[in-house]
Design a protein around this ligand. Sequence first.
Ligand code: NZQ
Ligand code: ZN
Length: 388
Amino acid sequence: MNNFEFLNPTKIIFGEGTVEQVGKEAAAFGDKALLVYGGGSIKKTGLYDKVTRQLADNGIEVFELGGIEPNPRLATVRKGIDICRANGIGFILAVGGGSVIDAAKGIAAGVPYEGDVWDFYVRKATCKAALPLGSVLTLSATGSEMNGGSVVTNWEENLKLAHLSIHTYPKFSILDPTLTYTVPADQTAYGSVDMMTHVFEQYFSHTADTPLQERLCESILKTVIENAPKAIANPEDYAARANLMLCGTYALNGGMISVGVANDWASHGIEHELSAIYDIPHGAGLSIVYPNWMKYVYKERIERFVQFAVRVWDVDPAGKSDEEIALEGIQATRDFFTRIGAPATLAEVGIGDDRLAEMAAKAVQFGPLGHFKRLNQEDVERIYRLSL
Ligand code: NZQ
Ligand code: ZN
């Protein structure tokens, strides 16, 4: 196990009805808030009314930025920064999925910074301060509700980049599983794929002697595998939605499940290029790419893939070679993603082979990807080709 430091400052408020606490929580951060939300799901579900009433009841003046895109755009983040600066707003409340929370983080980091917020994403500047933000999560997937990461797309340049900072952890996040009842089956599947792949990024590692971290990862994976099909079959299954929500939050919250473990994150880099050009849902891209990454790299440490197959997918190892067991585990992953309705090929989401080289070049713009196997441009292009 490697040496590590771990700090996660986000307060989690979990359970049915907890949205009623949002006004009180927000009031701790001043009397003006920017309410950030997406394309309208919160208006349809009545959540918008509940939240704005709560804020008003707690004496908070509300400014709004709706219409955050899935795969949120830099231009929208800049708009939010302008609204905050023009109105002296000191707090941001994100109500939505990962895209909304990520946009809120971009705004929070951008307001006190004298340059352009994109500097943080292209690693030209380090974030030294951010406005406080809170979230009400409506979709289980990214873990953005309890981490400092945000992913923003510069659509004009077809670049989708992540920024991580201790300053952009939400101060609080309200996790009410009933708010995810209306998430459609496809987004439930993509979110489940996303959280599983967050675990993969931390689990497929060369770091030795980390049995607790490995078992934490395996527990999350098994819990998603049990609960995603239930939530898709019965969207109002509280237990399934609650378990998925907790899995999403645990899977990517600053590394609690992988402290002292070298992480990979190559597949996320590979996926982000797909979303940056073709605007596909993040989890759909991961469903296509991840099993192909696995096939490309499993020989680097086959024992870990054998462990994955046996412990997560209950593959019976009797009479099989390590290679057979490892490949069975990878196939089980592919089959599960397909079973819950996530795509398996780029063709299924309308992507051909014309821009693979360009995406591979962009994916390695800051250097080779990954840790489990270092991937250069050629490797990345091969994984795209395997995904066609
Ligand atoms: O925009 P609205 O109308 O709210 O609709 C959204 C959107 O169309 C809808 N939705 C959300 N909650 C709903 C709902 N529909 C019905 N009922 C509800 N309760 O779902 C659609 C997708 O929402 P989005 O926020 O885009 O999904 P997700 O949470 O999967 O976020 C994806 C974004 O997060 C980034 C991804 O790259 C992508 O841009 N990621 C962020 C990470 C982080 N901050 O740590 C890590 C991830 O690896 C990921 O990269
Ligand atoms: Zn992800």
